[in-house]
Design a protein. Structure first.
Length: 253
């Protein structure tokens, strides 16, 4: 079974996406960046149930650090906060959340406020959450110690090795994607990752074109599997089994 653990399906043109989903067999985690994004991903998942029987979409609710400024104040409004909290219970895991001190123009204060709002829920419920860490690795490492019952999954980590080693020591699963084959640093981190913490992603549809590639189709995850398997010196079926078992463990807890 092929599992793409991190995508943004709502970024696609709908007709183009629907055609691709009818031809894809596997599981796709559809990360959200805000409320509107989550609702769009839920609609995609409902369409897929009826029209793309070999493809299973799992929408997850999160607020991306790029959307922190516009959402931080909403969390102080009881009506809005209650509506957003309802999405948390309907989301099998949470994401995309985190902080970004490289590309995000949102204030660090608002990023941390939104991030902690999600972590408080994940800590209370023992729920898994997919975390964006770009240039905020140490801050996130420190913050996560306040939420020991949350279950972080680190998305596309490319920061310092010492913090990565600490995340591994804590047992945080790691996603590897389209940049791995291009980056000796990521290849080193991949080899440091125990099999039981390994996941694969594409961050479709924008990441491969951002890196200079031409593909953005949902089947790109198959190439990522081939690349990871080759880098680790294992067959693709063995890698598929490893990631499937890791996925089941995350979802079932």
């Amino acid at each position: 079974m092929i599992i793409d653990f991190h995508t943004h399906l709502d970024f696609y043109k709908r007709e183009e996406l629907q055609k691709q989903l009818t031809e894809f067999s596997g599981i796709i985690i559809a990360a959200s960046v805000d409320e509107k994004s989550f609702l769009e991903n839920c609609a995609i998942a409902e369409w897929t149930k009826k029209s793309a029987r070999n493809c299973h979409i799992i929408p997850t609710f999160g607020i991306h650090p790029n959307a922190a400024d516009e959402n931080a104040a909403l969390l102080d409004d009881p009506t809005t906060a209650t509506r957003l909290a309802a999405y948390l219970d309907h989301s099998p895991l949470i994401g995309e959340i985190g902080m970004d001190f490289c590309w995000s123009k949102c204030s660090k204060e608002n990023q941390e406020k939104v991030f902690r709002w999600f972590l408080e829920y994940c800590n209370r419920k023992g729920k898994a959450c997919v975390i964006h860490t770009k240039d905020a690795e140490q801050e996130i490492c420190n913050i996560l110690t306040d939420y020991p019952k949350a279950r972080p999954i680190i998305h596309w980590y490319d920061g310092p090795e010492n913090i990565f080693r600490e995340f591994i020591r804590r047992g945080y699963p790691q996603t590897f994607g389209v940049e791995t084959i291009r980056s000796p640093h990521l290849q080193n981190l991949l080899r440091l990752t125990p099999p039981e913490l390994l996941l694969a992603e594409t961050d479709n549809p924008d990441s491969e074109p951002w890196l200079g590639g031409t593909r953005s189709d949902v089947a790109l995850i198959e190439r990522v599997y081939e690349e990871i398997a080759g880098l680790l010196g294992m067959s693709r079926p063995v890698l598929e089994k490893i990631i499937e078992e890791n996925f089941k463990r995350i979802i079932s807890n």
